[in-house]
Ligand binder design. Structure first.
Ligand code: SF4
Length: 191
C-alpha cells in the first residue's frame, strides 16, 4: 500500500447510514454487514497492515463525522486503554459470533424459530418491531442472520457513539475487536 495514503473513511461513512436504512427495507440486507467483519482480515493478510482501519472503515468515518463537532472531550480513563477491557469486548463478541452461528444453524435445520427482533448487546430487545417496507420471501435462516448481524452492528455503533461523545470520536476503535485482533505488537496508535 506504499504511496496510497488517501483516507476514504470520510466518504465511506455513508455506507454505515445506508446499512442501517436498508434494514428498514428488509432485514436480509443486513447480511452485507458481514463484509465489515471479513474485509479487515483479508486486507491485513494481503498488505500486512491495518489498511481497513486506516483508510476504509465506514464506521470510523461515521463516528468521526457525527462526533466531530459535539462531545464532552473527556480525558480517556485508564480502564479504557488497558488490555483487560479489550479482552472483555473481544470475548463478548466471540460469544456473540458463536451464538449467531449456532442459532442460524439451528434455524436452518428447523430446530428453532428465527428471532425476528433487534437485540441490544444480545439480551435487550428493542421495544418496537423493525418496520419492513419490502415484503420479500426469504429463508428463515437468512431472516434470523439478518436480525443478528443488524443487532451486532447496532449495538457496537451505539456503544461507539456513547464512548465517542464522552471522550473522542474514535474511542470505540481502542476496544474494537477488529483492532484487537489485527494489532499484534503495535500500540493503539494506528487510527
Ligand atoms: S478499530 Fe474497528 S471501528 Fe475502528 S477503524 Fe478499525 S474496524 Fe473500524
Amino acid at each position: 500500500m506504499e504511496g496510497k495514503k488517501t483516507n476514504y473513511q470520510n466518504r465511506l461513512f455513508i455506507i454505515t447510514i445506508i446499512f442501517f436504512l436498508l434494514g428498514f427495507l428488509h432485514i436480509s440486507f443486513a447480511i452485507a454487514g458481514l463484509a465489515c467483519f471479513i474485509a479487515p482480515f483479508i486486507l491485513v493478510a494481503v498488505y500486512k497492515d491495518k489498511v481497513w482501519c486506516r483508510y476504509y472503515c465506514p464506521r470510523a468515518g461515521f463516528l468521526s463525522i457525527v462526533l466531530s463537532k459535539i462531545g464532552l472531550k473527556r480525558k480517556l480513563p485508564s480502564w479504557l486503554t488497558g488490555d483487560r477491557i479489550k479482552r472483555i469486548v473481544l470475548g463478548y463478541f466471540g460469544v456473540n459470533l458463536f451464538f449467531i452461528t449456532m442459532s442460524t444453524i439451528m434455524v436452518s435445520i428447523g430446530k428453532i424459530e428465527p428471532i425476528e427482533m433487534i437485540r441490544f448487546m444480545i439480551v435487550f430487545p428493542l421495544p418496537f418491531k423493525m418496520p419492513q417496507i419490502l415484503d420479500l420471501s426469504v429463508l428463515a435462516a437468512i431472516l434470523h442472520l439478518g436480525y443478528r448481524v443488524y443487532s451486532v452492528m447496532f449495538s457496537s455503533t451505539v456503544i461507539g457513539l456513547v464512548l465517542g461523545f464522552i471522550y473522542s470520536p474514535r474511542t470505540w476503535c481502542i476496544i474494537c475487536p477488529i483492532q484487537t485482533l489485527t494489532t499484534q505488537k503495535q500500540a493503539n496508535k494506528s487510527f
